[in-house]
Ligand binder design. Sequence first.
Ligand SMILES: Nc1nc2c(ncn2[C@@H]2O[C@H](COP(=O)(O)OP(=O)(O)O)[C@@H](O)[C@H]2O)c(=O)[nH]1
Ligand SMILES: [Mg+2]
Length: 672
Amino acid sequence: MSSYSTADIRNIAFIGGPDTGKTSLAEAMLFATGAIKRLGKVGDGTTTSDFDDEEQSKAHSIRCSLMRMDHKGTHINLLDTPGYPDFIGEVASALGAVEVAALVINVHKGLTFPCHQTWDLAGKTGRARCIVLTHIDQAEDFDISAFCTDLGEGLGVRCLPVSVPIGVGEKMTGIKSVPLGAKFEDDVADHREALIEAVVEVDDEAMTRFLEEDAPPEEAEAYELLTRSILAGEVIPVLCADPLEGHGVTELLDFFERALPSPATGPFFKTIEGEDLHPDSDGTTLFVFKTVIDPFIGKLCILRVVCGVAEHGHSLKLSRTGKAVKLGHLETVQGKDHKEVHQATAGDLIAVTKIDELETSDTLLDSDHDRHLAPLVVPKPMASRAIEPLDHGDELKLATALRRVVSESPAFSYERNEFTAELVVHGTSIMHIQSELHRIKERSGVEVKVAIPRVALKETVTLSSKGHYRHKKQTGGRGQFAEVFLEVSPAERGAGLVFEDGTVGGSVPKNFIPAIEKGVIELMNTGIIAGYPVVDVTVRVKDGKFHDVDSDEASFKLAGGRAFKDGFSNGKPVLLEPHLDMEVAVPSRFMGAITADVTSRRGQIVGMSSIGDMQIVRTKVPQREVMTYPTVLHSLTQGEGSFSAEHADYEVVPGNIQKEIMAEYQPEHADD
Ligand SMILES: Nc1nc2c(ncn2[C@@H]2O[C@H](COP(=O)(O)OP(=O)(O)O)[C@@H](O)[C@H]2O)c(=O)[nH]1
Ligand SMILES: [Mg+2]
């Protein structure tokens, strides 16, 4: 039985760029609360959070990890996440478990791209947010008020300090809280005043008292108003810490305990219908926010108890399948260490092992209820690669390995492309894909060949023209005969094939018309000029000839296909290529480089806007030209840029490029 109630729990995810101090800070908090006896170091690979071999050898976090500690009767579940944007899927997982995201910022580096990216994701996920500043000891002229003003402008929110450094730079001797009680008279009075002025805004009555009667809220009420302001996103509290010296760590823990929302105050988890699920709601409901496949313990899922209690031995329903599963082993998690427990209360985070059918984003609940919780909010994968096992005997093993990676890595997916027949994997970045393929190789021994995926082009005509074919074969016995005259003309985009029978007077018997259509469709599928499917044509059969004995379906199918090919070839055929609506976000100093590059890729600049120092360029580009864009953008912006793209439409490939593509095409069944 837990010794804490739902209102005593704080669930917090540390988010932000690499090397900001998230892992060190988590370690310092565990140490300060007595949850660990030895303070580990990132550089030595001895922290509680970075326990993975790869994390220890690279000295940075790769997966989100869960830690727990108790402070003044409050139970804190802390999720540490990787800072590199390649692993944003892990951040999505962590955000799927908590009320609060704490953005950790290295004051030297300021608001870098990963800060914006993870901050926005936390906002989209509906989480409350706060900020922790680190590396203050290395900033010689650090001014907390000025820094918070800049932060506020950069993020478009109101940032106010709730703990501040004592002394500057190397001479910093500690960090102190800004207490909210009205009775204090001290050197942080200005910060307190600013906070009080801001937090009374969430409550009309408190605001009237403050403005008209000059009666600021008492301490307890002030903290309650602060919590409400944080929940409403009206105030973003900013804290300072130096995890290496342990400065500001107790102040941070105190703030978590006093001011941050608990599972009882929300933000609440939502069902897919958008309904809030309060921890007091009827029945038990659990949400899987993270899945790990461990070589020793097998499948491990980490769950949020959204409402009710999770109890050892309970049988629950998996809402995705309707099937029953049993909570055989419930465990608390401290980095890599697990401890079996009997139950977990609403709002808590807990691991279950050995439930094979459980996947990330699944809902588990008691059989009396029917609910699906909203899945994790995961950024769309932006990088793709075509893969193929080096050894073709490994197809099956690869399929199994891919399925596992998908269940562990929320931003990873794969598909068999229906147009190119390639097996294509999608991830956050090329590095993310490489890291997952590396994992597949380590785990299942399957090595793959990696290539840039083919772009699914299409063929069509631009002019109306006539096509004709006469099929005649006489090789003893019954012969073959069919003759078809038709017209091929351009149809609307998206029309596919419009097939019309315009024959009169029985020149082609009606029962052979479907055979002609079949022949046309067959050729449309294999393509004519470059091996891509033909789209958007009208084919009108005008005339034909048949023979009572020798004509049959096969003959008309063949003649129909060849006549179509004849007409198509005469109709100035072109290739169509997919264009993308692509949005690129970069710090303004990279604008020139980005627009020049987009133009060199046959792209158009459609519009521009800005948020703080970030410029957002809207473009339209041929997909073929941006197949390696994640890498290009990374090198153009030193990793500070991001982009998103989606299919816009199909447009005609310019003549010179069409020639190149056609020259490469060697039809497998060259005929005539
Ligand atoms: N001087 C100084 N170094 C810090 C501070 N916080 C973290 N570090 C160091 O910065 C590096 C990155 O820290 P880490 O916790 O791995 O950052 P993460 O990538 O955000 O998890 C490590 O070498 C830490 O020792 C700080 O406040 N001051
Ligand atoms: Mg880390």
